[in-house]
Design a protein around this ligand. Structure first.
Ligand SMILES: Nc1ncnc2c1ncn2[C@@H]1O[C@H](COP(=O)(O)OP(=O)(O)OP(=O)(O)O)[C@@H](O)[C@H]1O
Length: 629
């Protein structure tokens, strides 16, 4: 049996490389700058053991030059350079990475950081250039070579002069502009400056370019143009620095510049991790939500760097939805990059990093809540809603992370209370966590059911956001204490004696309640005596799993049009209110009128709950009738 090697049609392969790997043409600059940085790192590494290199770290640099007239963009480095053989092997062979081999063969240490690994990045230049020329002189060689290619037909190598010594100069002759693609954008100084900032800001050697500045003097006078060589990259990322070197101001300035916010963040988290996953992270909790935060246009994610090169602008997998407001950067050398560096391969490392980050964010927020309540509450008023959505949408998976970050206004003093605080001050005989739903605190305060429960000294959480009740239905309980709506049928507030009494009264008036229920049979399932009302005449309560508040929210959703959800409602009558005697009287003497009363009381109860009544005209007529009789 004979083993044969696969053959590749190199022209087609090159075409595929150039045109199908990358989605953004602009990354070509990142790729050639990364190559220049690798070449410098190689020579720098050599200089550590070989004095004949004769260069200090500060002598190394990458230079960019724009020539608008000739439509060329040039990137040069004073790195290790390439021999004729290197040119054949590295630029003439697709998927051969001299850099990867170098990394494998040498024990590089912390000071050298090789980026290249796939042996394809260089070919991305052909996305924007119709011809690429590489002039290079390898360290230790007297001869320089020129490699030229159009990226289609092949390449040529010839001897040449390179007066500026060891290193490599790559010149791209840009393609002609078309209607769809303006390649001349890469001849624009600002575009190049911004691409370097975007992708290569943390390349550890200076990237320099001659930059023009126009100065506008007095009116009427010609503006002056100044030219100067400037370093375009910041080189050391702030997250690589030691925390002790940095002040809050440094962190805040970096945040505002990088993420375009005009307000400093609430807080930052700077972590350096080694072990199962090695990474540096610098995260920020913003003080305000971007305008599109609560819309589907908002994209969550952290900026992802690998070896100082920006890989992804918004890596969504690094943040759970409930912390989608967090901004920041993660830098890791451990990631398995996809060949284009635009995507990650399914990565276990990434999952570990994401889990760690989630924990750090949670801990930081818990710390803020503990140490600076005012600041936390301000933050919570902006982003707290996201936690509730998080619990609801994750079907409870986020409970553990988020339960102690939640807070709700309290019936005690109207101030926010956490669930932990609520439980810690529950009355001795209290078994459940009470809550009441309504549009505003003020509306909830008016709910008739609230009175008796407050009299008992129990605290009630006020739910004013639509998602509140949905979220706690998913949570079911906190610390073993179940949540209970004050509109629930079985609010167990009475003593045994009171219960006995109520049962008797219910029994005695069974027929009357049944009669009333019949009058409003399409609206309520039961009419019964209330055990939770104190001074108010009536209230509604729900018997099934859908509460009245949920009915309100679900039916308000546009997609629910025509398919209305209905809570199983009960109309409850206060036996201590004079209306009860009146009802009994009507049941004995004027049953027709009792029917009207049932309708009116039901509508009243709806209004108190903040719901609209089905037939306002009928309601108004009935009231008028009563007034005029
Ligand atoms: N400026 C340069 N100086 C010296 N050698 C270079 C230079 N540019 C490219 N090379 C050599 O050419 C090889 C191929 O470069 P290419 O950009 O295609 O791939 P890479 O950088 O190795 O990997 P990746 O695809 O991950 O970027 C490099 O590994 C390096 O050996």
């Amino acid at each position: 049996m004979q083993t044969k090697e696969f053959k590749a049609e190199s022209k087609r392969l090159l075409d595929m490389m150039i045109n199908s790997i990358y989605t953004h043409k602009e990354i070509f600059l990142r790729e050639i700058i990364s190559n220049a940085s690798d070449a410098i790192d190689k020579l720098y590494f050599k200089s550590l053991t070989d004095t004949s290199v004769g260069m200090k770290k500060s002598d190394f640099a990458i230079n960019i030059a724009i020539d608008k007239e000739n439509r060329t963009l040039t990137v040069s480095d004073n790195g290790i350079g390439m021999t004729e053989e290197d040119l054949e092997n590295n630029l003439g062979t697709i998927a051969n990475s001299g850099s990867f081999a170098f990394k494998k063969d040498n024990d590089l240490g912390d000071d050298v950081d090789i980026i290249g690994q796939f042996g394809v990045g260089f070919y991305s230049t052909f996305m924007v250039a119709k011809e690429v020329t590489v002039v290079t002189k390898a360290f230790g060689s007297d001869q320089a070579y020129k490699w030229t290619s159009d990226g289609v037909e092949g390449y040529t190598i010839e001897e040449c002069d390179k007066p500026d010594g060891v290193g490599t100069t790559i010149t791209l002759k840009l393609k002609d502009d078309t209607d769809d693609e303006k390649y001349s954008t890469y001849l624009d100084q600002y575009q190049i400056q911004s691409l370097v900032k975007k992708y290569s800001d943390y390349i550890r050697f200076p990237i320099r370019m001659e930059v023009e500045h126009t100065h506008y003097n007095e009116e009427g006078k010609e503006p002056e143009v100044h030219k100067a060589i400037e370093t375009l990259n910041s080189m050391t990322p702030i997250w690589k620095k030691n925390k002790s070197e940095l002040k809050d101001e440094d962190y805040n300035n970096f945040y505002m510049e990088k993420f375009g916010d005009y307000e400093p963040p609430v807080t930052h988290i700077h972590s350096k991790n080694e072990g199962v996953a090695t990474y540096d992270a610098l995260l920020y909790i913003p003080a305000r939500a971007p305008f599109d935060y609560y819309s589907k246009d908002y994209e969550k994610g952290l900026q992802l760097y690998s070896s100082g090169v920006m890989i992804m602008e918004k890596c969504a997998d690094l943040l759970p939805d409930w912390f989608s407001f967090v901004k920041g950067v993660v830098d890791s050398e451990d990631l398995s990059l996809n060949i284009s560096r635009e995507l990650l391969q399914q990565d276990r490392q990434l999952k570990i990093i994401a889990k760690n980050l989630e924990k750090s964010i949670k801990n930081e927020l818990a710390k803020l809540l503990k140490n600076d309540r005012e600041k936390y509450e301000k933050f919570y008023s902006v982003f707290g809603l996201q936690f509730k959505f998080g619990i609801y949408q994750s079907y409870g998976a986020a409970n553990e992370t988020l339960k102690d970050l939640l807070m709700f206004p309290s019936s005690f003093d109207g101030k926010n209370v956490t669930l932990k605080e609520y439980v810690s001050r529950m009355k001795e005989d209290q078994k459940e966590i009470y809550y009441a739903c309504g549009e505003t605190k003020e509306r909830i305060e008016m709910l008739p059911q609230l009175e008796k429960i407050k009299d008992k000294g129990y605290e009630v959480l006020y739910f004013t956001q639509d998602v509140d009740e949905f979220a706690i239905k998913v949570m079911i309980n906190y610390d073993g204490k179940p949540f209970k709506s004050i509109s629930d049928a079985d609010l167990d507030l009475d003593t045994e004696e009171e219960k006995e009494e109520a049962k008797k009264l219910d029994e005695e008036n069974k027929d009357m309640f049944a009669f009333m229920q019949e009058a409003i049979a399409d609206k309520v399932k039961t009419v019964r005596l209330s055990k939770k009302l104190k001074t108010h005449p009536v209230c509604l309560s729900s018997d099934g799993s859908i509460t009245i508040e949920m009915e309100k929210v679900l039916n308000a959703m546009p997609q629910n049009d025509g398919n209305k959800v209905k809570a199983e409602k009960a109309l409850e009558i206060n036996p201590n209110h004079p209306i009860f005697e009146k009802l009994k009287d009507l049941y004995a003497n004027d049953k027709d009128k009792l029917k009207d009363y049932a309708k009116l009381l039901y509508d009243q109860a709806l209004l108190i709950e903040g719901m609209s009544i089905d037939n306002p005209v009928e309601f108004a007529n009935l009231v008028c009738e009563l007034m005029t009789k």
